[in-house]
Design a protein around this ligand. Structure first.
Ligand code: C2E
Ligand code: CA
Ligand code: CA
Length: 596
């Protein structure tokens, strides 16, 4: 070693006294020739243990690691290096000591390589801390991923229906909100309800019911596979979300496929079970709807599908929905309308053609709606029935019709007969007979009730109140008329059982008599038979003189219909009666302007 070299080291050593670093030197063969004292002070490794050794032979680390290979390459190429970190085991106690070193190759003035001169720093504390941090980070990461997995599993059960494995109602709500937020274009919502599921549960037991639900889930999944996702909302209710820009045609196709799939027989409890499905379908633009709206639309569609009979698909487009909402709004106003006496009877005259006399009138309800004007029964009767308000409407009309008859009599027109329509609910109403007794004071005007045959044919659920009311009405002399006879609901046997006082021959049968000779002779035979039994017949819905003629030829004498007059308000009916004082009124009766 040259004098200048030793001087250099000594100068460095002076400096090293104030730094925590040590100096080291190697020869051309990379063996340590020198360490400053600081090495021992800082690391506890004695200099003598190191002199003469090569760095890569000090047993500690695997020298085949990339960092060692790179480092050795630097040394062989006599390149300077910095920040090489490695570990050795302290010879005294075999404790790891981490050091970070830098080295500068040294050359003589001929350019021959002499060895390296470098510094070293003890980074044990720092490395251990880093290692601990890394280890704990790794442990944390592992723990986190375990936690994540647990959470996912937990979420899965929270969003999964245990029985069928389908996503559940919570998942449905989450996915629907998400679909609406993410997509533009159309979204389709299916609401599916099984038909006859209750029957399966009640008669075959709950395990069979569960089995049916599982099979249903599989089939729904198969149909929806490509189209969207399917959910079990609970019980026998399922839902589907379609986001593939659904068209009405696609919706119909899917709806029909679902109905077909679900109604195919199922092998349950060693027997073939047939259930069916009703499907309500709502389609809307994502940007123009909300989850709440879409769900309510699909509900309405399902409700309509159920009403349409089993195995039916109903679709709700925004226009149809607007109509339903309108209907719902109207339904909500019925009770108030009853309180405000907005329901009034119109009167449609009935005539006897042979004697040319007005034999009576049928009272038909109309709703004088404050905003919508005069509404016909078709606009509100079903809603009223759904709300349980039919009986109340019938009561109001009975009351108002009899009051009107009284006023007509006061004006000099004695109506021979008035008939009111009576719903099933009204016929089961305990106050019916008392009302009739109280209100029907002028017995010169005969009172009849018109009943759809279905009311008394389907008598399984009627009981005592029904028979009691009908019996008491008969006793009081109230006429019983069979409404809509021949509209397809009545059978002759049923008719004979009920023995009404009068048949009202439905418009559809009137049309048949006019058009079809076979039907004509059939109706003619029915009329003969009923006449023999003392049952009167009146043809309703006669619109032309030809109708009247055809029926008259087979023995019908009494008529009601537009050919005679439209249903009229009380005031118009009074005018009508006043105009009918001469003979032949039936044929020359003015057809009043149609009111509804
Ligand atoms: P309905 O008892 O069969 O009454 C006859 C219906 O046929 C009436 O309809 C009447 O306006 C209509 N009509 C009369 N002549 C003709 C004709 O020549 N051609 C045609 N195409 N139709 C004719 P409206 O008033 O709309 O009543 C419909 C139904 O509503 C009634 O059928 C009846 O079932 C029910 N209804 C009416 N008023 C009441 C009521 O106060 N209580 C109950 N429960 N039901 C009522
Ligand atoms: Ca009627
Ligand atoms: Ca009728």
């Amino acid at each position: 070693m040259t004098a200048s070299h030793n001087d250099k080291i000594r100068n460095l050593e002076d400096f090293a006294e104030i730094a925590s670093d040590w100096f080291w030197e190697t020869d051309a063969d990379h063996r340590f020739t020198y360490f400053s004292n600081r090495l021992e002070d800082v690391t506890g490794i004695s200099t003598t243990a190191m002199i003469g050794k090569r760095r890569d032979t000090i047993p500690a680390e695997d020298a085949s690691e990339p960092k060692w290979i790179n480092h050795m390459a630097d040394l062989v190429a006599h390149r300077p290096f910095r920040n090489f970190e490695y570990m050795i085991l302290r010879p005294t106690d075999q404790q790891p000591v981490w050091m970070r070193i830098a080295g500068q190759p040294q050359f003589d003035k001929n350019g021959d390589f002499l060895g390296y001169l470098g510094t070293g720093t003890d980074i044990s504390a720092e490395t251990v801390a880093t290692q601990r941090l890394e280890a704990s980070n790794a442990a944390l990461a592992e723990r986190n991923s375990e936690l994540d997995e647990a959470r996912r599993a937990l979420e899965q059960t929270a969003y999964e229906d245990a029985l069928t494995g389908l996503s559940n109602r919570r998942a449905f709500e989450r996915d629907l909100e998400e679909a609406l937020a993410v997509h533009d274009g159309n979204i389709g919502l299916l609401h599916i309800d099984l038909d006859r599921f209750k029957w399966v549960n009640d008669t075959l037991g709950h395990p069979a019911g569960d089995h049916v639900l599982m099979i249903t889930a599989e089939r729904l999944l198969a149909v929806m596979a490509e189209q969207g996702s399917i959910y079990r909302l609970g019980g026998d209710e399922f839902a589907g979300i379609l986001t593939t820009n659904v068209s009405c045609a696609l919706a119909n196709w899917i709806g029909d496929s679902i109905v077909d799939a679900v109604s195919a027989p199922m092998d349950v409890s060693k027997r073939k079970v047939h259930v069916g499905a009703s499907v309500g379908f709502a389609i809307a633009k994502c940007s123009e709807t909300s989850a709440r709206r879409l769900i309510s639309h699909a509900d309405v569609a399902l409700y309509e599908a159920k009403r349409g009979g089993r195995n039916t698909v109903r679709q709700i487009t925004p226009e149809v929905q607007a109509h339903f909402e309108d209907q719902r709004k109207l339904a909500g106003q019925i009770a108030g309308g009853l309180d405000r006496m907005e329901f009034v009877p119109f009167f449609q005259p009935q005539v006897h053609v042979e004697t040319n006399t007005i034999i009576g009138a049928e009272a038909l309800v109309r709703w004088q709606h404050p905003e919508r004007g005069l509404l016909p029964p078709g606009a509100f009767l079903q809603a009223a029935a759904d709300l349980g308000l039919s009986a109340q409407i019938d009561k109001v009309i009975l009351d108002a019709a009899l009051a009107a008859v009284g006023r007509l009599a006061y004006a000099g027109f004695h109506l021979p007969s008035v008939s009111v329509n009576v719903s099933e609910a009204r016929l089961l109403d305990p106050s019916l007979c008392d009302d009739v007794k109280k209100l029907w004071t002028d017995r010169r005007c005969r009172l009849s009730i018109e009943l759809l045959e279905t009311i008394y044919f389907d008598d399984t659920h009627h009981g005592h109140q029904f028979d009691d009311n009908l019996g008491r009405l008969r006793e009081m002399g109230v006429g019983i008329e069979t409404d809509d006879f021949g509209s397809g609901r009545a059978s002759i046997t049923g008719l004979l059982r009920t023995s009404p006082d009068r048949l009202k021959i439905d418009r559809s049968l009137v049309q048949a008599v006019v058009a079809d000779p076979t039907k004509r002779s059939l109706v003619s035979a029915i009329l003969d038979m009923t006449r023999a039994l003392g049952i009167e017949s009146i043809a309703e819905g006669v619109e032309t003189q030809a109708d009247i003629d055809a029926l008259q030829r087979i023995g019908c004498q009494m008529f009601q219909g537009y050919a005679i007059s439209y249903p009229l308000s009380e005031a118009d009916f009074l005018t009508y009666l006043a105009s009918q004082s001469g003979p032949d009124f039936a044929t020359r009766a003015p057809k009043r302007k149609r009111q509804t």
